[in-house]
Ligand binder design. Structure first.
Ligand code: NIG
Ligand code: FE
Length: 417
């Protein structure tokens, strides 16, 4: 009799995992994937207990034939604006006809229209509304996901969003990791009194700590300018928060550079980057979180990913899923865009969507790679090789999602016994 375990995934066509020796993976280290053929993964108690060529010694409750499947770590989406409420398709159609995102925002629409919906909707309704997206993301292989507030703005609204995330996290298999983005735009009630609004956010920062240790800010011309951003992040850092920034999305005002100076874990978007910004990033451990889905959805330029990596910087990928600038959350599409438009190598894209994004979310110790001792968050994909991943945008290639050792599958032909 073999050793009793929960799950054995046998004889994989490929097991693919990024390395974890030094994190975040930067520059050329981003392409160092480990690819092993014919190996088996042993899962017990929600964890990977062994990766081995000798599977005979195990007696699993569930046995999966991996011979036609590629195993990857579950995708970690480093940047989303879940939870939100209501859709903004009319705004999308206006943009398709030439209206600018910033014009709509300045006219009181855009983010502000989601804010008024989020403030109005009952909490249970917002929980229900967002669960469908999580279900769909999970089927597509997202096993961990960042969620931002920033559609409540005032204390009550922001707390409602953070509470919504807490409820969803307890009731949905995806691990949700919240970030406080109260500094998304200045609440209209403050009539452009930016500092007063930031003081308001700081005034309830202790209450936020119950939910998250990370804050973000939309640093952009006419939103939060550089000096306001510096002041706010400095204050939040003093209060013990990790820092992230929406930086260089529309202009390079030096936001990414400021983020690096303040020791931010990430600077996100980076569509517009001067050479100085690239140099500063390369010499830091601040991760560039790139979201090609937004460029595609907004029909805008793409971030200089190739240059960031070639200079020695670290890149993570995220969807930026939100009702305004990006309604895309499918990792196969984002990886396709990363390879085809950001010019990332497929190996780099996988590292960026697993271990580097886990690093940004502060969970790289237990997630983001397939290694003995880590949480068993594993995808089983029906593709000829991991190198085919960018080639199948939108395809239904996920045969099973294993989350904390539990196997969720849509395929009845998966099991051997
Ligand atoms: O990352 N740029 C700011 N925030 C989001 C969009 C949010 C919205 O439009 O609702 C972004 O693109
Ligand atoms: Fe964003």
């Amino acid at each position: 009799m073999g050793k009793k375990v929960d799950l054995l995934i046998e004889n994989l066509k490929e097991l693919v995992t990024p390395g974890t020796s030094r994190l975040p993976a930067k520059g050329t280290r981003m392409r160092d994937l480990e690819v092993v053929k014919g190996v088996s993964i042993v899962v017990d108690g929600g964890k990977i207990v062994e990766i081995t060529h000798e599977s005979d010694e195990y007696d699993p409750t569930l046995r999966v034939d991996g011979s036609r499947l590629v195993a990857l770590p579950g995708f970690v989406d480093a940047h989303t604006h879940l939870p939100f409420y209501a859709f903004r398709y009319e705004e999308f159609l206006m943009r398709a006809e030439g209206k600018e995102y910033m014009e709509i925002l300045k006219a009181g629409g855009g983010i502000y229209s989601t804010v008024s919906e989020v403030r109005k909707v009952p909490l249970h309704e917002m929980v229900h509304f967002n669960r469908r997206f999580l279900d769909s993301m999970f089927r597509k292989g997202v096993t961990t996901c960042e969620t931002k507030s920033g559609y409540g703005l005032n204390e009550e609204g922001e707390m409602k969003q953070l509470e919504c995330v807490r409820i969803l996290n307890e009731t949905h298999p995806i691990d949700l990791i919240p970030t406080f983005l109260g500094a998304h735009v200045v609440d209209k009630e403050y009539r452009s009194q930016t500092r007063e609004y930031l003081e308001h956010l700081l005034s309830f920062s202790e209450k936020i700590k119950k939910y998250t240790n990370t804050v973000d800010i939309f640093c952009e011309k006419d939103v939060f300018e550089l000096e306001d951003t510096r002041y706010y992040l400095h204050e939040m850092k003093k209060r013990g928060f990790r820092l992230r920034l929406h930086a260089n999305e529309f202009e390079d005002m030096g936001c990414a550079k400021l983020g690096v100076e303040l020791g931010a874990v990430s600077v996100d978007h980076l569509l517009v980057c001067s050479t100085t910004t690239l140099d500063v990033l390369a010499s830091s451990n601040t991760v560039a979180v790139l979201m090609p889905g937004t460029s595609f959805f907004m029909n805008k330029g793409y971030a200089p990913a190739r240059r960031i990596i070639d200079e020695g910087g670290a890149v993570a990928l995220g969807s930026d899923f939100n009702p305004g600038s990006c309604m895309i959350y499918d990792p196969t599409l984002i990886i396709h865009l990363a390879v085809n438009h950001l010019k990332m190598k497929v190996e780099e894209a996988i590292t960026a969507y697993t271990i580097n994004s886990a690093y940004v979310l502060g969970v790289a110790e237990k997630l983001g790679s397939l290694e003995k001792g880590k949480q068993a968050d594993i995808l089983l994909l029906d593709i000829p090789s991991y190198r085919a991943l960018p080639y199948v945008p939108g395809h239904d290639v996920v045969r099973a999602v294993i989350k904390k050792g539990k196997c969720y599958t849509q395929s009845t032909s998966l099991y051997l016994s």
